[in-house]
Design a protein around this ligand. Structure first.
Ligand SMILES: [Zn+2]
Length: 318
């Protein structure tokens, strides 16, 4: 089964679903499609909300799912004017707050609307907030987690049984994680797999069910099949280190023509000196790996400045 075509149109609301009551327990806030070419998280949220409704489950807290970059999702593009996952530093948020909405870029307008929806939830919520941001990658990848290194987020991340990527925030400024960290949330990014793969929707679905349980919103009952979700995650990540640390980001220069060699998969091992991509102004300069290590998130899409990342097994913390 593949994701339904034409699943999004002008009537698609930003709110994918909500369940439970704000004062009953923690708030689990899920965002998806902050990158518009990553629809899998939205499909997963739709499935989980539909299943929750059908089961008439009583949640101990509140669960909310929101679309991030609605306009780009409808257009099937990563973004329209600029990457919406680089707008969440304190400086950019202050700029947005002080700016005239009439002068917003497409993504600033999206961010303004998303923030309003989040703030409305926070106004009613107790202090215990968990934020999960659902993403996917242009190249083949097993599911994994990105986090900021604080103890609670890390505990949440390892509890899901997915490989945990450390140190990405030192290489990227303004991701959604910065927002959650500044506000004192436990926050993780789940990278579910390749953008269009059906298995990516399933990985997100399993991660959401396990989070509903680990945050205390949902009891472990046979009807929720939590064991099946744990097994699915274990199968999809077998042979992958539990933690890897980012050592290097290949930043694509403005005007550079970057082409990754075909066939690389995230978490694949590469050798020092191995040809990874072509770049430079003419797109012919060889880009070789400066180290032996683990390749993460090779770029197989036209947009964005991150060519690829190189990581080492294990985590030095942070
Ligand atoms: Zn993304």
């Amino acid at each position: 089964m593949t994701a339904p075509a034409g699943a999004f149109d002008a009537r698609t609301p930003r709110l994918v679903g909500s369940a439970g009551k704000a004062r009953g327990g923690p708030l689990l806030l899920a965002t998806a499609a902050i990158h518009g070419n990553e629809p899998a998280g939205v499909h997963a949220l739709r499935r989980v909300f539909a299943a929750l409704e059908a089961s008439r489950a009583e949640l101990r807290g509140r669960f909310v799912g929101l679309i991030g970059n609605r306009g780009a999702l409808l257009a099937g593009q990563r973004f329209r004017d600029s990457d919406m996952n680089r707008l969440w530093s304190q400086r950019k948020l202050a700029e947005l707050a002080a700016g005239d909405p009439a002068a917003d870029t497409a993504e600033q307008q999206e961010q303004r609307e998303l923030l309003a929806a989040i703030e409305a939830e926070l106004a009613a919520a107790p202090s215990d907030v968990v934020h999960v941001d659902l993403h996917s990658t242009s190249g083949d990848s097993p599911p994994f987690i990105v986090q900021n290194g604080d103890a609670r987020s890390l505990e949440l991340a390892h509890g899901l049984g997915l490989p945990v990527l450390h140190g990405l925030h030192k290489n990227l400024e303004g991701t959604v994680l910065e927002f959650g960290t500044a506000r004192g949330f436990a926050c993780i990014v789940v990278e579910g797999g390749q953008n269009e793969a059906e298995s990516t929707i399933e990985h997100h679905e399993s991660a959401l069910w396990l989070l509903l349980h680990s945050t205390g919103l949902l009891k472990d009952e046979p009807r929720f099949e939590l064991a099946r979700h744990r097994e699915r995650i274990a199968r999809s990540t077998s042979g992958i280190p539990a933690a890897v640390e980012i050592c290097l980001r290949y930043a694509i220069e403005p005007g550079e023509q970057f082409t990754m060699l075909p066939g690389f998969k995230s978490f694949e091992r590469v050798a020092q000196g191995q040809l990874l991509a072509f770049g430079g102004a003419g797109g012919r300069r060889e880009i070789r790996s400066p180290m032996g290590g683990i390749l993460v998130m090779p770029r197989y899409q036209g947009q964005g400045q991150d060519g690829f990342f190189l990581a080492r097994s294990g985590a030095r913390g942070g």
